[in-house]
Design a protein around this ligand. Structure first.
Ligand code: IK2
Length: 449
């Protein structure tokens, strides 16, 4: 009896020693670095942080850039038709873009760029403009390469360059004549000398974004020509993010840098059906460029997502066909939407002025930035006390007043962000009722001051 229980005890002891041993090994394993070095320093993301904060506080949201109104009926119908259109729309399609979509994108943009775009060779359909950017940086950038980014810039460019092994080199747009005088996004200018000084033998590409997020700057033809000349002189690629291409105001014209002499061969133009048709959740985007560059983006794409949703691509193709047929006419959504947004922009600008926030009127895009330097606010949130001024203002506005916006210094590198902590970004691509609710909050706060 005694011998049996000793044996059982020994078995148990053996088992528990094995367990301790295994746990120790697990602990040692977990102490190892499990994440790749390319993720160091890119963990934070303003959209994740501020979208969550806006949701937690259930605020009026002029933060993230998406319309809270429906896409136009013709494209909703096209989506419904696509998903009820039989088996093929529910299955895989061509990896680099659904045939009907690449065909119409090529036809549509050939007319604008002034170059015959080949649907199968020069176009890549991606999961939103985001993935077009990701494929571009992965395809072009090698360890040690430099990529010049004009700031303020959409916040994913720098982390994507870094993850590809490259180094971002920044050059800022500056308010000409000082911030008190630069009251339109057109007053935010790029110095040709400063830009030229950033090129080196390591420079692989320059990234521009027109109309710009967050300022709304629409680059003039002569500004684009200056950038193009430098790209040709230094034999580098231009990555042109044009997701807001149809949204220009006050008669301002959007110019594609790819349409300038000598630029088709060295430009990757990036677009978004989300912004084009007010359907950001569909996540259909594209990159267009010469086949010699595009083949490398396709390699990244086929080894990552392979292709994006078939039915969404079919619907976007139909949307572009409708717009192709009525291009330039007043019924065109590409004419009607900016007209509508211009009214919203002006309404918001008046409201901001009335409470002492100085708006910088955008020439294009979804957003308006405003100077907050004249504003006093009392924020007792110790958790954010080391954060930049605009971050604290935005958190205060969310938590204390119930209105979400985005801090503009998040669109700058550490090198320049300190100079731009006095701005916040408002999205005016919203229902009138949302803008009215925001106005009510701002006016109430204005009275309390
Ligand atoms: N490029 C720019 C300049 C963008 O603004 C966006 C999307 N906008 O982001 C939301 C915001 O700023 O509040 C993209 C690329 C990505 O576009 P897509 O949604 O097609 O992936």
């Amino acid at each position: 009896m005694l011998m049996v229980s000793t044996r059982v005890a020994l078995i148990y002891r053996g088992a528990s020693e094995r367990l301790i041993h295994k746990t120790l090994i697990n602990k040692i394993m977990m102490a190892r670095r499990i994440h790749s070095r390319r993720l160091d320093g890119v963990e934070k993301n303003i959209w994740v942080e501020f979208t969550q904060l806006a949701a937690d506080y259930k605020v009026v949201n002029l933060g993230q850039g998406f319309p809270d109104f429906l896409p136009p009926k013709f494209i909703q119908d096209a989506f419904c038709k696509a998903v009820s259109g039989g088996c093929p729309m529910h299955q895989y399609t061509r990896a680099f873009g659904h045939p009907s979509l690449v065909a119409i994108l090529a036809k549509f943009f050939s007319r604008i760029v002034g170059h015959e775009i080949h649907p199968m060779e020069d176009v890549l359909v991606t999961v939103g403009a985001y993935q077009a950017l990701f494929c571009t940086f992965q395809a072009l950038v090698d360890e040690g390469d430099e990529v010049i980014i004009i700031e303020p810039s959409f916040d994913c460019y720098q982390p994507m360059v870094k993850m590809a092994g490259g180094k971002a080199v920044f050059v800022p747009l500056r308010p000409s004549g000082g911030s008190s005088k630069a009251l339109s996004s057109g007053d935010w200018v790029l110095s040709a000398e400063e830009l030229a000084s950033k090129f080196s033998p390591k420079t692989k590409a320059v990234v521009i974004n027109t109309p710009n997020n967050p300022t709304g700057k629409v680059y003039k033809a002569e500004e684009l020509q200056m950038i193009a000349d430098l790209c040709v002189e230094h034999d580098v690629v231009c990555i042109s993010d044009e997701v807001y291409e149809w949204l220009t105001y006050d008669g301002r014209e959007h110019v594609k840098i790819a349409s300038l002499p000598g630029m088709w061969e060295r430009t990757i133009t990036i677009g978004s059906a989300g912004k084009t048709f007010s359907a950001t959740g569909w996540k259909v985007g594209w990159a267009i460029g010469s086949k010699d560059i595009m083949k490398h983006l396709k390699t990244v794409h086929q080894n990552s997502v392979y292709h994006c949703a078939t039915a969404a691509q079919e619907a976007v193709a139909e949307g572009f066909q409708v717009e192709y047929d009525r291009f330039g006419s007043p019924e065109s959504y590409f004419k009607e939407l900016p007209k509508r947004l211009q009214i919203k922009r002006d309404k918001l600008a008046l409201c901001l002025e009335s409470v002492g926030l100085q708006p910088i009127k955008p020439e294009g895009g979804y957003f308006m930035i405003a100077d907050i330097s004249a504003v006093k606010f009392d924020f007792n949130d110790t958790s954010s006390q080391d954060e930049p001024h605009d971050f604290r203002f935005v958190k205060w506005l969310i938590k204390e007043k119930g209105l979400a916006t985005i801090p503009v210094s998040a669109f700058y590198s550490l090198e320049h962000s300190k100079d731009f902590e006095n701005y916040v970004r408002f999205c005016f691509t919203k229902e009138d009722s949302t803008l009215d609710a925001a106005e009510e909050i701002l006016k109430k706060w204005g009275k309390e001051k």
